[in-house]
Design a protein around this ligand. Structure first.
Ligand code: ZN
Length: 440
């Protein structure tokens, strides 16, 4: 029997808190899960520094990836089975893409990409088509098979319904991470009725995406509301972002020290290729949250005071404090504060940091075609298609309204603990106090 059609003698299941069970019957899926590159995802947290705020959020990209696979499997095998005729090969291409869509995430993704300019999607495709155990398994389905899986992730696969199922405004990726992140953070507002959505989701008539039956509109409203709430309350949380700022600054400091010829007591072999911007696939795969955290541990003893302080802060959760910041009206406040920090010998590059939520990899529902994103379409009883926000006042009111939140992060403890001259400390505190009063 060809490998693509090979089934396990008995269905295997993974117990999953979000979907109950993740079910695997295809030999190829089972073999992919068994590769070292997929197992690496156990060591990459899904939500980076969010666990500094919501301590339950320790879940990994491994369980999220299984969840996305399970949603796509249910849609293809149950909900689309009647009207969407896929051959066995194409079904498996879609399932593999769902399972592997986050394969190339690096440790603490966001801060890492910001400092080193890497792109997780590029690495995902490289890991699918390059010299890896993943590619070896996929190639058992034919020479072209890995490239077809990568094409779905790059969104240039011919069947756009399969692409949109994995990446669009209503996709398996978002549906899984919203439910999963809500579950692990313990918040109640991330929940929505996924079972109902999966019952009303259909391939679009022109094979160009997915549509929703009109009767499912309220379930989709609920999904978009929970997406809105999760962004504002969890993903943009200023305390988690304070942890993210520390990560970003640790990596930036280490990078700068390396370039200046600083002699590390604990030489970061695994990170050097990133400092040099020459990273091979196998070097990339070697890096995960645990390796990076190891360096944060040992760098607490480095002689560079900025690096050792930032690492201690991150590991011991001595986060930076913050105030609201409006770029258009707060430039003078920032300039005065920066001047005082310099006088006090606190390096503003690392300790006076502006961070915007719009930098984060999350967005809200965009109804208009101007956003470049395909809107969610409702299939009316008449057979006509209508954009969701034209029918739903709830969606219309929250659509596209991204409230960008910008904060200025600084180390309040440095100012309060006598580390700097009392007259400068007093001036800094006064300045911040006045700024906060103005914002109320
Ligand atoms: Zn994902």
């Amino acid at each position: 029997m060809p490998y693509l059609e090979l089934q396990l003698a008995e269905e295997k299941v993974f117990k999953d808190p979000v979907h109950g069970y993740v079910r695997v019957k295809d030999q190829m899926i089972w073999d992919l899960i068994d590769t070292k590159e997929f197992q690496r995802l156990r060591r990459i947290r899904q939500l980076g520094t969010t666990s500094l705020t919501f301590h339950g959020a320790e879940h990994s990209r491994f369980n999220h990836s299984l969840g996305v696979y399970e949603i796509v499997r249910q849609v293809l095998d149950k909900n689309f089975a009647q009207e969407f005729k896929l051959d066995k090969k194409e079904r498996l291409i879609a399932l593999c893409a769902a399972l592997l869509h986050d394969l190339g995430h690096g440790p603490f993704s966001h801060a890492f990409e910001k400092v080193f300019g890497t792109d997780h999607e590029d690495f995902t495709c490289e890991m699918i088509t390059g010299k890896t155990e993943i590619r070896d398994v996929l190639a058992r389905g034919g020479e072209d098979f890995p490239f077809k899986v990568a094409a779905i992730i790059k969104k240039n696969y011919p069947n756009q319904t399969l692409v949109k199922l994995i990446s669009s405004q209503l996709d398996a990726d978002r549906m899984d991470y919203l439910l999963r992140d809500a579950y692990y953070t313990g918040v109640s507002y991330g929940n929505f009725d996924i079972e109902r959505i999966l019952r009303v989701i259909r391939p679009s008539p022109d094979d160009n995406g997915v549509i929703i039956k009109y009767s499912g509109m309220h379930a989709v409203e609920d999904y978009l509301m929970s997406r809105y709430q999760m962004y504002q309350q969890v993903y943009f949380h200023p305390v988690s972002r304070s942890g993210e700022v520390l990560l970003w600054k640790i990596l930036e400091r280490a990078n700068r020290l390396y370039r200046a010829g600083y002699e590390f007591i604990s030489y970061p072999h695994e990170i050097i290729p990133f400092f040099n911007q020459e990273v091979t696939l196998s070097e990339y795969i070697c890096l995960d949250d645990t390796v990076l955290t190891y360096y944060f541990m040992v760098w607490q003893n480095e002689t560079d005071e900025i690096l050792n302080d930032l690492c201690r802060r991150f590991l011991n959760r001595r986060l930076l404090s913050y105030v609201n910041y409006h770029p258009s009206r707060d430039a003078e406040f920032y300039a005065r504060l920066k001047g005082l920090f310099e006088q006090a010998d606190i390096n503003p590059t690392y300790y006076l940091v502006i961070d915007s939520s719009s930098d984060l990899p999350y967005d809200l529902y965009q109804p208009g075609a101007s956003s470049g994103k395909m809107p969610i379409q409702l299939l009316m009883n008449s057979g006509e298609l209508k954009e969701l926000s034209t029918e739903s006042p709830i969606v219309e009111s929250i659509g596209g309204k991204i409230r960008t939140d910008i904060k200025l992060y600084y180390p309040l403890d440095f100012i309060e603990n006598g580390r700097i001259a009392p007259d400068i400390a007093e001036e800094i505190i006064k300045l911040i106090y006045q700024h906060e009063l103005k914002g109320k």
